[in-house]
Design a protein around this ligand. Sequence first.
Ligand SMILES: [Zn+2]
Length: 182
Amino acid sequence: MPNNKNASVIANEKINDTKVAKAAKIILDLQRQLKKYISKGYGPFLAAVYDSNGNLIAKSANNVVSKSCSNNHAEINAIKLAEKKLGAYDLSPYNLSLYITSEPCMMCLGAIMWSGIKAVYYGVPSDIVTKTTGFDEGFKPNWPNEFKKRGITVYGQIEMDAGKKVLQDYVTQGRTIYKPSK
Ligand SMILES: [Zn+2]
């Protein structure tokens, strides 16, 4: 059962406590690993693709800065690795879930939609990411509802306090807030 830290969880289906508990475990672990990635120069986001038996298929942190590539977000990197590993541009038959330390940005929503990922679980919501870091997550009108129409389950705001702390530390450490200048 989820603890009260997950009382704020939102979903685009009737909330399933077993799914929340499983996702909370994975996302807390990703938040812990993310601190190590940040110390190595990665951006403050980590994503992992799992199959329905709980096997890790692919995992990646954001490496926009180190690879000089604006679309190297954690979600896109992880999806690309999963597709390469499985030799498939359509992941639908594999019934895969994407776990992310923060809510996907507008670019990653498109990448997720095109990939055939069946479920998305995220930690920190975009408004808190933006407030905490200054990253612009984009405009995303009612995307969980749009995903529902396409058969993609969404759960969010899982263990978000732990995730917010990692983002705050990233800022406190004076690391790069990468975005286009105006
Ligand atoms: Zn993104």
